[in-house]
Design a protein around this ligand. Structure first.
Ligand SMILES: Nc1ncnc2c1ncn2[C@@H]1O[C@H](COP(=O)(O)OP(=O)(O)OP(=O)(O)O)[C@@H](O)[C@H]1O
Length: 355
């Protein structure tokens, strides 16, 4: 089989590529140049896009004796991931850019190009299991990335290979060390690769400017503070509100209204949600019959909760939760799982949280 190994320059994709070579596949490595300002990300920034990362990936490819290319997908990444990220925040929602990148870059742009070039599959270092075409959680629960892959369709998954799903991160690093890869001890990548300093609010303010508005307390309807732009907030957020409320009880963001620029806050008991409404779902396999009992994960690294999944007349889903959840943010994906402790929880699909 001819496979294209997506090599970020990190330890996971180095080992994934090595395992593909061991499995006897005809492997070609590719590093994706995704940042428009790669030079500025040179020192210390461990993202998806620095020049150092490209060098690290090339070095591993050389050690494996496989051909290696760099594909410049910076424009595509900017349009499909970064602009989407900015637009979603501008609309008062909280996007997950890794999920978008998997959907639109790795398993659309890259997979399409790979198929056009005659490759049978794209190999990545994602921590998730993929067997018989079905996507499942990784053996390593702490490193599991099935959430950010839950948006992929059966057709996309048919062209994906995740060799690391059945091993722990510890094992991955041990394999890298045994093989003498310099990246064996390289730190894990950053949360949002195109915001290397981690200052999301600053990044968004540079893009969207300042747009002051009120912070309103839900219980009293009174204005308890002000802000420089609704894009600085996420539903469920507690820190950084800087409010002047009489009592000492912490406030959380309940809703974000970008048109009136109003951020509404409330005390903890007001943050609970028992029913989640979503936009239209995507499925990783055949669309399941609804209603359905499943588990739903409402954010990356969130704890799954039991739910009933029903179809809504508008084409979305209605998720009735078995337990009250706090801080459910519109724009995040509700990823649906069928629990399976033996083979790993099966990812059924996902739908964007609407409200
Ligand atoms: N710039 C890139 N070029 C090529 N492949 C990439 C790039 N960024 C990510 N990938 C692929 O997507 C996978 C998951 O990306 P993620 O950013 O989550 O990295 P990770 O889990 O830290 O893995 P790694 O240790 O390989 O960086 C990587 O293992 C790799 O196969």
């Amino acid at each position: 089989m001819r496979v294209l190994a997506a090599m970020s320059g990190g330890v996971d994709s180095a080992v994934a590529a090595a395992l593909a070579v061991d499995a006897g596949h005809d492997v070609t490595g590719v590093h994706l140049a995704l940042s428009p300002d790669r030079q500025t990300l040179r020192s210390g920034a461990r993202g998806c896009c620095s020049v150092e990362d490209a060098h690290d990936a090339r070095r591993v490819a050389d050690e494996l004796g496989i051909p290696f290319y760099v594909w410049d997908l910076a424009d595509r990444f900017r349009e499909d991931v970064v602009e989407d990220f900015v637009a979603e925040y501008a609309a008062g929602r909280t996007p997950n850019p890794c999920l978008r990148c998997n959907e639109r870059i790795k398993f659309t742009a890259v997979l399409d190009r790979a198929r056009a070039l005659g490759f049978d599959a794209v190999v990545t270092g994602h921590h998730a299991r993929l067997a018989d075409g079905r996507l499942r959680r990784s053996v390593d629960a702490a490193k599991d990335q099935s959430y950010v892959l839950g948006v992929l369709t059966a057709e996309q998954l048919a062209g994906a290979r995740f060799p690391l799903g059945s091993m722990t991160k510890e094992r991955v690093r041990a394999i890298a060390a045994e093989r003498g890869f310099a990246v064996a001890t390289k730190p894990d990548s950053h949360d949002v690769c195109f915001i290397p300093d981690g200052d999301t609010r600053g990044f968004l303010t540079r893009r969207l400017g300042t747009a002051p508005g009120p912070v309103v307390d839900a219980a009293t309807g009174t204005t308890v503070g002000s802000h420089e732009g609704t894009h600085g907030f996420t539903v469920g957020q507690r820190r950084g509100l800087g409010l002047a409320v009489g009592d000492q009880r912490p406030r959380y963001v309940l809703s974000i209204e970008p048109v009136t620029r109003t951020v509404t806050v409330g005390t903890a008991e007001l943050t609970g949600v028992d029913v989640v409404r979503t936009g239209p779902p995507t499925w990783t396999g055949p669309a399941p019959a609804l209603p359905l009992r499943a588990e739903v994960q409402l954010r990356a690294h969130g704890t799954p909760v039991g739910c009933t999944v029903e179809a809504a007349p508008d084409g979305g889903l209605v998720l009735t939760l078995a337990r009250t959840e706090r801080g459910v943010a519109p724009g995040q994906s509700a990823v649906l799982y069928a629990p399976d402790p033996v083979h790993g929880d099966l990812v059924l699909g996902q739908a964007p949280v609407a409200r």
